[in-house]
Design a protein around this ligand. Structure first.
Ligand SMILES: Nc1nc(=O)c2c([nH]1)NC[C@@H]1CN(c3ccc(C(=O)N[C@@H](CCC(=O)O)C(=O)O)cc3)CN21
Ligand SMILES: CC(C)C(=O)C(=O)O
Ligand SMILES: [Mg+2]
Length: 271
């Protein structure tokens, strides 16, 4: 091995090794080149090009408006900005409705973005799709619990697995998706005790969001982490910065400077 060789990109085998070695997996979303590059520099293990793109970047009320072309444009930008992180792209609403449709979608995403894996929302019915993609060499991250693409079916965003029947169904689904060949599984807004139990029962990594601290790793929407939202983020989020305030203050200072300038100064000159 050459000492000069650049740091190789993490693979799904590295992610499994982190879980097996008891090291937590740190995952964030990103949608653009510069943010992805900064997260990569920070040592993030996995970057998800999430279909939350629709809410946090494109200004849609739900993720349902996001298209495969949207994911490809942003997925390619994220991949170009990174060298180390494993990059996963969400398959958006309507692009994984059956195994063959999902396979076509995933092939297009991998070919046109450079991303290494896709994530698919879905319960037990997603199992044949996961198996089909895996047979073609495409790693799939599963996603259960709160599935935002099903918001109209669910009737809102809330915590899942609160009663015994729903808890049992989620446990069985997680086992079925692992058996189908998922390399990891997102547990979104699942009761923490149940998420812990699922994490103990599975051999693949679990990645939690709003599901307590016992999962093999955690994921957050990057805008929620850095405080770059207009609307209040979900209550499980602990923001680490107030980037919206930083932007607002810089823009206010700029506006004031331009308005108050008597003539052309170096700072306010427009090329
Ligand atoms: N900014 C952002 N962050 C996310 O985590 C996120 C998105 N957008 N868009 C797509 C989905 C939607 N998600 C959401 C959205 C809302 C809640 C939420 O407000 N939950 C309530 C609990 C409501 C209840 O239990 O009744 C909360 O207060 O956290 C949770 C996850 C997660 N994803
Ligand atoms: C919140 C994560 C898991 C996601 O699916 C997204 O950002 O789209
Ligand atoms: Mg998503």
């Amino acid at each position: 091995m050459s000492a000069n060789r650049p740091q190789a990109r993490l693979t799904i085998r590295n992610i499994q090794a982190l879980r097996d070695g008891g090291e937590r997996i740190a995952m964030l979303t990103a949608y653009d080149n510069v943010t992805a590059a900064v997260l990569d520099q920070a040592g993030i293990d996995i970057i998800l090009v999430g279909d939350s793109l629709g809410n946090v970047v494109l200004g849609h009320p739900t993720t349902l408006s996001v298209t495969l072309d949207d994911m490809i444009r942003h997925g390619a930008a994220v991949h170009r900005g990174t060298a180390r992180a494993l990059i996963i792209c969400d398959l958006p609403f309507g692009t994984a409705t059956d195994p063959e449709t999902a396979l076509r979608s995933a092939i297009t995403v991998l070919q046109q973005t450079g991303c290494q894996a896709v994530k698919i929302e879905g319960g037990a019915p997603a199992a044949p799709t996961i198996t089909r993609l895996r047979e073609q060499g495409i790693p799939v991250m599963a996603h259960i619990g709160l599935m935002p693409q099903a918001v109209h079916q669910l009737g809102g965003y809330y915590v899942h697995g609160k009663n015994a029947e729903s808890a049992e169904r989620l446990m069985e689904t997680a086992l079925a998706l692992q058996h189908a060949g998922a390399f990891a599984i997102v547990l979104e807004c699942i009761v923490p005790d149940l998420a812990a139990e699922i994490t103990r029962r599975l051999t693949i990594p679990t990645i939690g969001i709003g599901s307590g601290a016992a999962c093999s790793g955690q994921v957050l929407v990057v805008n929620d982490l850095i405080g770059l939202n207009i609307e209040r983020p979900p209550s499980f989020v602990v923001p680490r910065a107030d980037v919206a305030a930083v932007i607002r203050e810089a823009a206010c200072a700029y506006v004031a400077e331009v308005k108050n300038a008597s003539g052309q100064s170096k700072e306010t000159q427009v090329d």
